[in-house]
Design a protein around this ligand. Sequence first.
Ligand code: RP5
Length: 164
Amino acid sequence: MKKIGIIMGSDSDLPVVEKAVDTLKRHEVPFEVHIFSAHRTPEQARDFALHARENGFGAIIAAAGKAAHLAGAIAANTTLPVIGIPLKSSTLDGVDALLSTVQMPSGIPVATVAIDGAVNAALLSMEILAVADEEAAEKLAALRREETEKVLAKNAAVETRFNS
Ligand code: RP5
């Protein structure tokens, strides 16, 4: 299975990014985690993106807050799919990061998840791998079944409590 690259702009992003890490870990999807900043370490971010495909990555998750240019800067240097996580790390509650991540110019796409949407970023990266990887597809199908079972159980509890 190809690896997922998980990149964040600062170690202050870790509390949210760890939810993506945990999701991939739980489903035994290989990954690497790095701190590269579009503004503070732009050369390292560029170098990672330029070589990501030959280094065995299948998709890249890039999380950043404030003026969040990381996902776009990574996407500029690779044709691998890039998933942006805008982070709520400022006085603007993440709306600044959301707009900075999602409003990409035509030609350089970034698939942007919700503010702090780290779990969905991990699941979306698995879905990207699952296009060509049957093992990842089976893991996702099992996860969907689990989610369905959880909601059915909650519904049964609510129905028992209020409808009988
Ligand atoms: C962004 O600036 C980072 O992704 C982080 O969310 C935010 C603040 O970084 P620190 O000042 O905490 O390092 O680039």
